[in-house]
Design a protein around this ligand. Structure first.
Ligand SMILES: C[C@H](CCC[C@H](C)C(=O)SCCNC(=O)CCNC(=O)[C@H](O)C(C)(C)COP(=O)(O)OP(=O)(O)OC[C@H]1O[C@@H](n2cnc3c(N)ncnc32)[C@H](O)[C@@H]1OP(=O)(O)O)[C@H]1CC[C@H]2[C@@H]3[C@H](O)C[C@@H]4C[C@H](O)CC[C@]4(C)[C@H]3C[C@H](O)[C@]12C
Length: 453
């Protein structure tokens, strides 16, 4: 049973797999099935959504009676994320956004977490070089559904935390190993970063301007598309399979293979000749004048993607050009000249003026928006595609949008390192003296600020 005081005092009835939220008669009764993990202290009902969401992954809001609110898709899933650089934190954030309870295990003696994708997570600081720290993590994994480990091959085994040990103690555990090169192969123990994995995937050789060296698109393809996101897919698939088998398994998420898999279209479309010209001279890699970017008179840019003839015709018309004076759309040898014609045309007006010409048409012309402008663009604004958190930071909303159980990311501040060490250890059954002993030995660390969960 949990209570909350203050305005509209009421109480929360907790039943197996269900939560009945009785708000005072002036409010409404909300019935929602959610999986509570432990008692929920709710000081004020205005915080109730945030507290219940953080604790259970259920999304509640005051609605008329009889509307049963659903859990988020991953409500009740308990995830342990070992602190890593960028891909694993992204994987953890995805799971947290969709309702999982993600506990990040940070190193001790670390002032600030480098995890910029920490929303919705808790932080426990454990020293895994100390046996008590390893013991605490093992106990956490026994009571969890998923482990995400971001280290190179062999590190977890050295700590006595390899799959053999942890799956022995918890056969239902989904043990996700997110690495650059995978758990086997000659590079398996080598250090690397996104660009290295992208290079080995083959995709980097396809990326860059004609005549230029290969160029990586930020660290998006291997770290995130082929790394964190692919690992989250693997975890979700393994959790789905576990419903039938009742068993967990190990996920070998290699960013080389994840990136290559994301790029399957490149491999699968070589036979139709889409990539048989040199880098930067094909339709989709910057070679075609109707698939690229152009500078406008105010120094901004527009993106042009008018591939199909019927859309290309609208592009030419919008630019005010006479098709009879232009070379054929697919005349490769004339593409440089065609690009010069388009460049001159686009340079004659501002980005906003071109939007007035092309918005609402099928010419496939859109403004190139800087990060600080995307959330105010009418299309993105009307959909709510970008969120502003409690600290005023704008970032993308979770994707995709599920109609009945959409993600509801936690918009409160990121956790401090070790902020939740004490409540998590208490959840694991450690008593006050045991916790103090862990803290005194340096095996665990509590952030000075009191936990807010
Ligand atoms: C974070 C920003 C973005 C980075 C993105 C970048 C482009 C990437 O591609 S990230 C993907 C990297 N690859 C992988 O994740 C694949 C799998 N992992 C690995 O291969 C390796 O982990 C590794 C190569 C990434 C790192 O190797 P390392 O030897 O360091 O570690 P491991 O071999 O894995 O072993 C881990 C050891 O740690 C021990 N451990 C783990 N947890 C604990 C614990 N809780 N307690 C105790 N010990 C623990 C474990 O036991 C292992 O020990 P052993 O080795 O003894 O076995 C970054 C972009 C720019 C960066 C900033 C910039 O560089 C400036 C600053 C530089 C400064 O030095 C740091 C701060 C910066 C601000 C820096 C911060 C960020 O890195 C960036 C912002």
């Amino acid at each position: 049973m949990a209570y909350f005081q203050g305005q509209n005092a009421g109480h929360v009835d907790v039943r197996d797999g269900g939560l009945q939220l009785m708000i005072s008669e002036t409010e409404q009764t909300i019935l929602s099935s959610c999986f509570l993990c432990g008692a929920v202290e709710l000081p004020y009902h205005t915080d109730i959504e945030k507290k219940v969401r953080q604790k259970t992954g259920a999304v509640l809001s005051l609605v008329s009676p009889g509307v049963v609110l659903e859990n988020m898709a991953l409500a009740g899933v308990r995830v342990v994320e070992l602190a890593g650089l960028a891909p694993a934190p992204f994987c953890g954030m995805i799971l947290a956004d969709f309702g999982a309870r993600v506990t990040r295990v940070d190193r001790t003696k670390v002032a600030v977490a480098m995890d910029t994708q920490a929303r919705g997570k808790r932080s426990v600081a454990l020293d895994l070089k100390k046996p008590q720290g390893v013991a605490a993590l093992r106990r956490l994994c026994v009571q969890s559904d998923v482990l995400i480990e971001p280290f190179r091959k062999g590190v977890m085994e050295k700590l006595g935390l390899g799959p053999d040990e942890l799956l022995q103690e918890n056969p239902r555990l989904v043990y996700a190993r997110l690495t650059g090169f995978g758990q086997s192969g000659s590079y398996a123990k080598s250090a690397g970063h996104d660009i290295n994995y992208l290079a080995i995937s083959g995709l980097l050789s396809m990326l860059g301007r004609s005549g230029d060296d290969p160029h990586a698109p930020l660290n998006l393809v291997a770290d995130f598309a082929g790394g964190g996101l692919m690992c989250a897919l693997g975890i979700t698939l393994a959790l789905l399979e576990r419903h039938a088998s009742g068993r967990g398994q190990v996920i070998d998420a290699s960013m080389v293979e994840g990136a290559a898999y994301v790029g399957s279209f490149v491999w699968k479309s070589r036979a139709i000749g889409l990539w048989n010209r040199p880098r930067g001279e094909n339709i989709l890699d910057g070679g075609a004048p109707y698939y690229g970017t152009y500078r406008t008179s105010d120094g901004k840019h527009v993106a042009v993607g008018a591939i199909e003839p019927q859309f290309y015709d609208q592009l030419v018309q919008g630019l005010g050009l006479d098709p009879a004076t232009l070379p054929a759309q697919m005349s490769f040898s004339d593409w440089p000249e065609l690009r010069r014609v388009f460049a001159r045309a686009f340079a004659s007006r501002t980005q906003a003026e071109w939007c007035q010409v092309f918005d609402g048409t099928d010419a496939c012309v859109t403004p190139v928006l800087p990060l600080d402008k995307v959330h105010t663009h009418p299309h993105n604004r009307d959909r709510g595609s970008f969120l502003q958190d409690d600290q005023g930071e704008v970032s993308p909303r979770p994707a995709p949008v599920l109609s009945r159980t959409p993600a509801s990311p936690d918009m409160s501040r990121d956790p401090f390192v070790g902020e939740h060490t004490r409540p998590v250890l208490e959840e694991l059954g450690y008593g006050p003296d045991e916790i103090q002993q862990l803290l005194d030995s340096g095996a665990a660390e509590c952030n000075k600020l009191a936990a807010r969960l």
